[in-house]
Design a protein around this ligand. Structure first.
Ligand SMILES: [Zn+2]
Length: 189
């Protein structure tokens, strides 16, 4: 049986799912795949014990809470090796299509496209014109994914982040500054 509960921790109202399980011997706190806290408890645990347990986990919870808020606001992306393997080819076709679109329209010539799963790296461009992209672009808001793709394409012409580089980005995506700011707020989990 699962019920929805709230608890206040250092001024944050935290929602969690209290799950009573006949098989569990001790209390266990986790984060579900859909992004909420789940507290699994043995049957017949009283509220005070539950409360004391949660309070003892305050730091653990608040650390994750910030990240979960970001996920719910579309400001965080989750990635794992399993998810990467599952979505890699889908990401490849999505990213390749967007690269081709911008390359044709703005006459970029590029080499190979590789799809990777590197935490903290969204894209890169090698000196011989090969492009690397993080598969997670597939899950990002489309304007951010486009910005990252255009950013790397522009490195084919300007290898640094100088004035000319940003000028080229702006010609292709006139509203890039706002998108860039949004992109900077996204965190990996
Ligand atoms: Zn760059």
């Amino acid at each position: 049986m699962t019920v929805e509960r709230f608890i206040k921790l250092k001024n944050n109202r935290i929602k969690y799912h209290l799950k009573s399980s006949p098989n569990s011997r001790q209390m266990r706190l986790s984060v579900s795949r859909r992004g909420f806290f789940v507290l699994t408890v043995p049957p017949k645990v009283d509220y005070l014990t539950v409360r004391r347990f949660i309070l003892s986990q305050t730091d653990w919870i608040l650390e994750r809470f910030d990240a979960l808020v970001k996920i719910n606001q579309g400001k965080a992306v989750r990635c794992s090796r399993r998810d990467y393997l599952k979505n890699k080819e889908l990401a490849r076709s999505f990213i390749t299509a967007r690269v081709e679109y911008f390359a044709r329209k703005h006459r970029f010539r590029y080499g190979r496209i590789s799809i990777r799963n590197q935490r903290t790296v969204w894209g890169s461009c090698s000196e011989d014109g090969n492009l690397n992209f993080n598969y997670i672009l597939l899950k990002m808001p489309k304007d951010i994914a486009d910005y990252i793709i255009v950013h790397e394409l522009c490195h084919l012409r300007h290898f640094d982040h100088g004035e000319k580089f940003w000028q080229t980005v702006k010609e292709i995506l006139p509203g890039y500054e706002g998108i860039r700011q949004k992109a900077d707020e996204i965190i990996f989990m």
